[in-house]
Design a protein around this ligand. Structure first.
Ligand SMILES: [Zn+2]
Length: 397
């Protein structure tokens, strides 16, 4: 927080110190293991101030000094600062046929991960009960030096920002479920929840393909459709009720299929994983092989069956309409594609690049980079953990 006016009283000094603690902890958290000298250069603060801030963060148990950076030939070696591996967030992700629970340390390490399968889509109550039991077991296995901070809950549905109410998760069959409150009551831990694609956008823009990019659109394709998140000025665009970024439900085909959202011809109905699996002769159980099989079919020198080539071209064409519109609206520096959308792009990148050139204005797509998501299967664990760590990172003192 900046002080207003020229006079700094005690309160302002305290606010400045708190703001600086947050800045330094954030830099350590997102940049792996920077040296104290790097932190000094990056913040523009003087060396003794940084040393005092780091010492305070060490005392709070949020960072540790881990060896020395010897690369600086001129000056003295500078200590390496790492975020604590002992402050942990608990990530919870209900899916169609399972609950994923993970422990993620402030240094970004996924310490444990459990995948509890369910016979069908869990009800909200079942999801909370399974998660609470697993969390209790996972935490019980850790020694006393570990400290849980909070729970981050990511849901494939619309999550109200103010209280974490899942207003609708169509593929889970949930509507108006106060899952965050239920999980808080069951565990005694604070719960922060969000839409899964929004959490993915945070993860990719903080640690993944979009690290350091402050204007970014993330779009993920999965079993339950297409979700998105839009990062503007480094922050997730939330909207009045926290539901912004539903790019999966933008119109791409005026003669398209009816969608569960009540509209028709949405990106999610016209571009689906199921169509790709069928065209490749894969079953739902083979879904994790989709990327390999699709990319092999489009490898240089391979002859692509015409029906598959047509499907990929048609899907990329619809994707380009949505991304072209989004580019004109938000002028992103980067578009990150996850899940089967990343596979689709990987199969024929030139087709999407060309189609976006057609749908977006030259000025809004100038300098635009399209990337596949980089975090792989840990993306939602990391995204959920970021939700849980946000308060601590914002105010470490
Ligand atoms: Zn829709």
């Amino acid at each position: 927080m900046r002080s207003i006016g020229g006079v700094l009283n005690g309160n302002n000094l305290d606010q400045v110190r708190r703001g600086n603690l947050s800045t330094v902890l954030g830099l350590v958290h997102t940049n792996g293991a920077p040296s104290r000298a790097w932190l000094t250069r990056e913040t523009g603060l003087n060396r003794s101030t940084i040393a005092a801030l780091v010492a305070e963060l060490v005392q709070l148990g949020l960072v540790v000094e881990a060896g020395w950076d010897q690369t600086n030939q001129v000056g003295r070696p500078s200590p390496i600062i790492r975020a604590s591996g002992k402050r942990i967030a608990i990530a919870v992700r209900p899916e169609l046929d399972a609950i994923d629970i993970g422990l993620v340390a402030l240094d970004g390490t996924v310490i444990r991960r459990v995948h509890r399968e369910t016979e069908r889509a869990p009800t909200a109550r079942e999801a909370v009960d399974i998660a609470a039991a697993e969390i209790s077991e996972l935490l019980g296995d850790l020694d006393a030096s570990y400290r849980p901070v909070a729970i981050g809950l990511v849901v494939p549905g619309l999550v109200r920002e103010s209280d974490g109410l899942v207003s609708i998760a169509p593929h889970l069959g949930w509507s108006d479920e106060p899952v965050a409150v239920m999980l808080q009551e069951a565990t005694g831990l604070d719960v922060y929840s969000a839409n899964d694609a929004n959490a993915g956008a945070i993860a990719e823009s903080t640690f993944g393909a979009g690290r350091g990019v402050s204007e970014l659109i993330y779009l993920n394709g999965g079993a339950s459709g297409i979700g998105g998140g839009i990062v503007i000025g480094g922050d997730l665009l939330r909207g009045a009720n926290g539901f912004a970024g539903e790019l999966g439900h933008t119109l791409v085909n005026s003669a398209g299929i009816a969608c569960h959202c009540g509209s028709s011809g949405c990106l999610e109905t016209e571009v689906s994983r199921q169509q790709l699996l069928e065209a490749l002769g894969l079953s739902i159980g083979d879904a994790e092989r989709l990327d390999d099989v699709l990319l092999a079919a489009f490898a240089p020198g391979a002859t692509v069956p015409s029906a598959l080539a047509e499907l990929v071209e048609r899907q990329l064409g619809f994707l380009a309409i949505a991304l072209g519109n989004a580019t004109n609206l938000f002028n992103p520096r980067m578009i990150v594609l996850g899940g089967f959308l990343g596979s689709l792009y990987g199969a024929a990148p030139g087709v999407l690049d060309e189609a976006i050139r057609h749908h977006a204005m030259a000025a809004t797509r100038d300098g635009l980079v399209i990337q596949r998501a980089a975090l792989g299967s840990n993306i939602l664990m990391i995204g959920a953990a970021e939700l849980a760590f946000a308060d601590l990172l914002g105010n470490p003192a």
